[in-house]
Design a protein around this ligand. Structure first.
Ligand code: B12
Length: 259
């Protein structure tokens, strides 16, 4: 019985070519690009090779996944229309999280005959761990470069200090967010080749500067401007994100009156 089940599961797996991968990307493009998102494919195996067992995604190593990134314009293209047109203040869920759930639901609708699993950056497993480490996902997809403490040649910190890693985007520096992943559990793409992320920083000094800014001064936004960027968050978006979550409702009410 068990063997039969495994066989049935294997039979459901669809092997796709790079041309068919492009067709999937075209459908995602229609849903995500107008809302200010980017997306980049990778294989589950590339991610699982990097993370500890407890964070591994339970799929075949060739399984197709996309990481979804919000660019600076997502706020104007998706979030403001969402909060002003659809309303979100009755729910207790964070408005941005509600907006992301709404946007990701469009992905599932675009693939009615396909099994599609989406995981948001804010989702936790029953053991309270993040369900997906989006920074590692972004790095293995080649979309962003994940800079971690262990990349430093010379580490000045006390070994007991916690130093969080941070990703940089080649066009947007730190002005973006990693919103989650889209998994196609029944699709494998053996031909997909890994893309190395661009090396954005040139020296150990720059890396140390980035990690210091991200860990100790993230509220001043300067880690995001560590390289020249194509686009930043608007003043309105910066005002929203620098307002405490509990006080953002007033801002949303203001946006509704203005719209
Ligand atoms: C929990 C969390 C926090 C916690 C703890 C931070 C942490 N990194 O642990 C707190 C509340 C402190 C926090 C704060 C912030 N956060 Co935060 N946070 C998260 C969250 C939800 C999970 C991170 C986590 O728990 N990681 C677990 C640890 C173990 O992962 P790890 O350190 O990466 O370790 C793995 C890698 O090292 C990997 N690995 C090992 N070897 C190798 C080798 C390679 C090459 C690779 C690629 C990987 C790899 O294996 C390890 C796991 O086994 C993520 C979203 C997500 N779902 O990923 C956002 C996230 C990391 N946060 C983010 C941000 C922006 C912030 C803040 C600036 C606040 C904000 N939202 O504006 C601050 C900045 C930090 C600070 N100075 O306080 C962004 C970072 C974006 C970026 N550019 O990288 C994320 C990705 C959210 C997002 N939507 O974009 N955060």
């Amino acid at each position: 019985m068990q063997n039969q089940e495994v066989m049935e599961k294997t039979e459901e797996i669809k092997k796709i070519s790079l041309v068919e991968l492009k067709e999937i990307s075209i459908k995602l493009d229609l849903v995500l690009t107008p809302c200010g998102f980017e997306f980049h494919p990778f294989k589950v195996g590339w991610y699982n090779e990097q993370v500890a067992k407890s964070f591994c995604l339970p799929y075949h190593e060739d399984t197709l996944v996309y990481v979804v990134i919000s660019t600076p314009s997502m706020f104007e293209k998706a979030f403001l229309p969402f909060v002003t047109e659809l309303g979100c203040l009755k729910s207790t869920q964070d408005p941005l999280d509600q907006c992301m759930v709404h946007c990701f639901s469009g992905i599932k609708k675009a693939f009615p005959s396909e099994s599609v699993i989406t995981i948001h950056d804010f989702e936790l497993s029953p053991s309270r761990r993040p369900k997906v480490l989006v920074q590692t996902a972004g790095h293995v997809a080649g979309a962003v470069r994940y800079y971690q403490r262990k990349d430093l040649k010379s580490d000045p910190w006390d070994p007991k200090k916690k130093v969080f890693g941070v990703c940089l985007h080649p066009l947007y520096g730190g002005w973006f967010a990693l919103r989650g992943v889209v998994i196609f559990p029944q699709v494998v793409c053996p031909e997909l080749k890994p893309q190395k992320p661009k090396d954005i920083l040139q020296s150990d000094e720059e890396l140390l500067d980035l990690l210091k800014r991200y860990n100790d001064h993230w509220q001043d936004w300067t880690f995001r401007d560590i390289i020249p960027v194509r686009e930043r968050y608007s003043e309105q978006q910066k005002e929203y994100f620098s307002t405490k979550p509990g006080e953002r409702k007033v801002l949303i009410e203001k946006y509704c009156i203005q719209s």
